[in-house]
Design a protein around this ligand. Structure first.
Ligand code: AMP
Length: 302
């Protein structure tokens, strides 16, 4: 089954303790769709400016991503500048230039409107709501956000949460949004806003899923070298949603598998800057790392 994703397509400038990248391809929808494209058909809706080179659009197309919903309009592409210190879980936003995103009015192409899976990647929650108003009968809707919107548009975010099945959020943002330090209490508060399932991403400590009273904890893959955590959350969501859409199975057991596929894709993404590593995978790499996750988390009964 196909996935509709709406989010940012961006130029990122990133600094980590291991290197720097200036004005490289990034954006929540870019990472998501590249990751999900290993599992299923992806239909992308976003906006870029006239400074966005066609070579990047060709790159997305070459992964089979449907870009008929990617609009190029007069103006500059969205830009984000961030820095990570040795705590790679914490992105420090230095600059956000919405540029063409500030007047973006997402129009979902007719051919996208029946997509059974919808991912509202990190953009203005008011835009995320506008997207949902245009899709009919989605089987499963998930969304992401970040502190920029939690602080800037909390009411719109609450309104959006009433309409989604799954909310994916970072640990720090879950605490900020709920005003609670305990993740279990934070999860309860967030779930009271509407979503049936909550996944809290904990960077190098893995992810927690709260689903109908059950809790699942997945580790992150213990990598020797991490170069750039940018896009880890979106690659995680891409693997997760991609696997769910591929299988069409929303059971708890399958959600757990999907979290591991999400963790696999995030672990590859952080091995290089921008989308370099994500673009160079083959299905066997993904399967092998999934098996390594299984071994990593296996222990015997007493
Ligand atoms: P993450 O997966 O959480 O590391 O997301 C990284 C991506 O989010 C970067 O490639 C940025 O271009 C994008 N991004 C950063 N800030 C925003 C924002 N306020 N709205 C939409 N996308 C953003």
């Amino acid at each position: 089954m196909s996935i509709l994703v709406v989010g940012s397509v961006a130029f990122d400038s990133v600094e980590t303790p291991f290197g720097k990248a200036e004005e490289v391809l990034g954006g929540s929808a870019t990472y998501f769709s590249t990751s999900a494209s290993y599992f299923t058909d992806v239909k992308l809706v976003a906006v870029v400016g006239t400074d966005f080179p066609d070579i990047h659009i060709e790159g997305l197309k070459s992964r089979g991503i449907d870009v008929s919903g990617l609009k190029k309009v007069p103006g500059k592409t969205f830009r984000w500048r961030g820095r990570y210190d040795y705590d790679l879980n914490q992105a420090h936003t230095l600059e956000t230039h919405l540029n063409v995103f500030s007047s973006f009015n997402p129009e979902i192409p007719e051919s996208y409107r029946e997509s059974p899976f919808v991912f509202l990647a990190n953009i203005d929650p008011e835009l995320q709501i506008k997207v949902l108003e245009q899709v009919k009968g989605a089987k499963f809707v998930a969304c992401d956000t970040m502190n920029f919107w939690i602080e800037g548009k909390p009411d719109a975010l609450r309104k959006l949460l009433k309409k989604v099945d799954l909310f994916v959020i970072n640990e720090g943002e879950a605490r900020e949004f709920s005003g609670t330090a305990s993740l279990v209490k934070a999860a309860r508060k967030i779930l009271n806003n509407g979503p049936k399932t909550l996944i809290i991403k904990r960077g190098e400590y893995g992810a927690l899923m709260f689903n109908h009273g059950s809790v699942f904890s997945a580790p992150a893959y213990p990598l020797e070298d991490i170069f750039d955590p940018t896009g880890a959350g979106d690659s995680f969501a891409g693997g997760l949603m991609g696997y769910l859409a591929n299988t069409g199975d929303l059971s708890e057991a399958n959600l757990r598998r999907a979290i591991i596929f999400g963790s696999v894709m995030a672990s590859f993404n952080v091995e290089a800057f921008s989308l370099e590593r994500l673009n160079s995978l083959c299905l066997n790499d993904i399967k092998m790392r999934y098996s390594e996750f299984k071994r990593l988390t296996h222990f015997e009964d007493i």
